[in-house]
Design a binder for this molecule. Structure first.
Ligand SMILES: *Cc1c(COP(=O)(O)O)cnc(C)c1O
Length: 455
């Protein structure tokens, strides 16, 4: 029995973020301004983002200093522990060693505050008064409300309707941290009103909520917009997890063979994996796996194409794996994995075959989550459970082959606000939904006809 937990001292908290843009195996396609067909300039972004964030989005510097005020706040819960899942190993009777980096211990219960704190800081020092954003399951909205509240900023959250109704307690968190929360689509923005007129019964989607939040920021000079995933700066802020984990694997005396994370917009899996990418590029054998739902199979079924980040086509075009900006996912219980697009950095590395992608349906995912809850101390978020499913599969494979691999995964969040989904699972009421190929074909056929050559 027991767990082995690897703690770092607060003084070990990384002083710099890692920027993979310095080490990419192929050039990154730039975001394109849809009006000009040309790469966007920093000025194009300045109505919606603070300068500090725009700089980080574009920089090629390998190491970026973490400002001291940001480090001080991160120390509320960081460094987070790396835990060896001894009981899960025993239950699976596997020779594999399984480790998880526990991001469920943050105040909002996920990895998302890692970037929320940094983004709130850059807005604060540039005199911004309010930040607008979207949220799916409510994880990002609550992380940003937590961070803005610490810096004395206001926060407006457009929350996807289906989650607004399914996850009332995340709303409570946002309210407690002084955020205002609206069920998206709202009647407060042109984008929201347009969707409500066309499809009054819509479940909402992240694409729609992003349109609303971006419009809000663009129309109010004291307001900027903030995104909780997908973009380069967000992923850079999340590398704190992989950088800490590197030190902790050393403490544990192991070298990981497989690293796994679930992928919604790509930030948690990228933050965990990216600091290990240079070793793989230098020839080390290490496998990276990103997991997603069959209900939103962006990496496994989407094309690698330029697309908008939102439904109203307000954002720049990004080259990424995408199901099309008009994609509306079904109401599955992993709200954080329902985005049509994917981080351009994660997309590039998948396209270069450095990261593999796997898709799972809900029941096997929740089965893996229940096994984890019964053997380890954490009830994982349904999003995280997609990573755990791959971990279990790999550990079982090791049992069959006798390989003693070391598997690491990012426990991106706890599921304390997702118990409704667990109830549905235990009542056998979860559908193993696979998004129909016909529907994917249709939303892909609506992709903008734009390409850009970097040769
Ligand atoms: C938001 C979220 C995700 C998915 O977002 P990424 O940007 O892909 O990390 C995964 N797990 C949890 C717990 C989340 O809150």
């Amino acid at each position: 029995m027991g767990q082995s937990v690897f703690y770092l001292k607060q003084s070990d908290l990384p002083k710099q973020w890692y920027n993979i843009q310095a080490d990419l195996p192929a050039p990154l396609y730039p975001p394109i301004n849809p009006a000009t067909g040309k790469p966007i300039s920093p000025d194009d972004l300045s109505p919606i983002f603070p300068k500090g964030v725009i700089e980080q989005e574009m920089t090629q510097e390998r190491w970026i200093d973490i400002p001291e005020p940001v480090r001080e706040i991160l120390k509320i819960w960081r460094p987070s522990p790396l835990v060896r899942a001894v009981n899960l190993e025993k239950a699976l009777n596997t020779p594999a060693k399984i480790f998880y980096k526990d991001e469920s211990l943050s105040p909002a219960g996920s990895h998302k505050p890692n970037t929320a704190v940094a983004q709130a800081y850059y807005n604060k020092i540039e005199g911004v008064k309010r930040i607008s954003t979207e949220t799916g399951a409510g994880q990002w909205g609550s992380a940003l409300a937590f961070a803005t509240n610490l810096f004395g900023l206001q926060c407006t959250v457009y929350m996807v309707r289906v989650s607004y109704e399914q996850k009332p307690y995340r709303r409570t968190l946002m309210h407690l941290w002084n955020g205002e929360v609206f069920s998206s689509p709202t009647d407060k923005t042109d984008a929201g009103r347009a969707v409500r007129a066309k499809t009054p019964d819509t479940l909402g989607s992240l694409g729609i909520a992003i349109s609303e939040a971006v419009e809000d920021a663009a129309k109010h000079p004291d307001t900027k917009y903030s995104l909780g995933s997908v973009l380069n700066h967000v992923i850079m802020h999340q590398t704190i997890t992989g950088l800490e984990a590197k030190l902790q694997f050393e403490m544990a005396g192991v070298e990981p063979d497989i690293l796994i994370g679930c992928a919604g917009g790509g930030s948690n899996v990228a933050g965990f994996i990216f600091p290990f990418v240079p070793e793989k590029l230098a020839g080390k054998k290490i496998q990276f796996i990103a997991t997603e739902p069959t209900a939103c199979p962006t990496l496994t079924k989407g094309p690698f194409r330029y697309d908008y980040g939102d439904t109203a086509c307000l954002t720049p075009l990004m080259k990424m794996y995408t199901l099309g900006h008009n994609f509306i996912p079904s109401g599955i219980h992993a709200g954080g994995l329902r985005y049509h697009g994917m981080s351009p950095l994660v997309s590039l590395l998948c396209n270069q075959k450095l990261i593999e992608a796997r898709a799972y349906s809900q029941n096997p995912v929740f089965e893996a989550a229940r096994l984890f809850a019964q053997t380890e101390r954490v009830i994982p978020a349904p999003e995280t459970a997609h990573a755990i499913k791959a971990v279990v599969d790999e550990a079982v494979r090791c049992r069959e082959t006798g390989e003693e691999k070391t598997i690491g995964f990012l426990l991106s969040g706890h599921g304390h606000f997702d118990l409704y989904s667990y109830d549905k699972y235990m009542e056998n009421a979860l559908e193993d939904y696979e998004h129909p190929d016909e529907a994917i074909k249709k939303s892909i056929s609506e992709l903008p006809d734009i390409d850009y050559s970097i040769e």
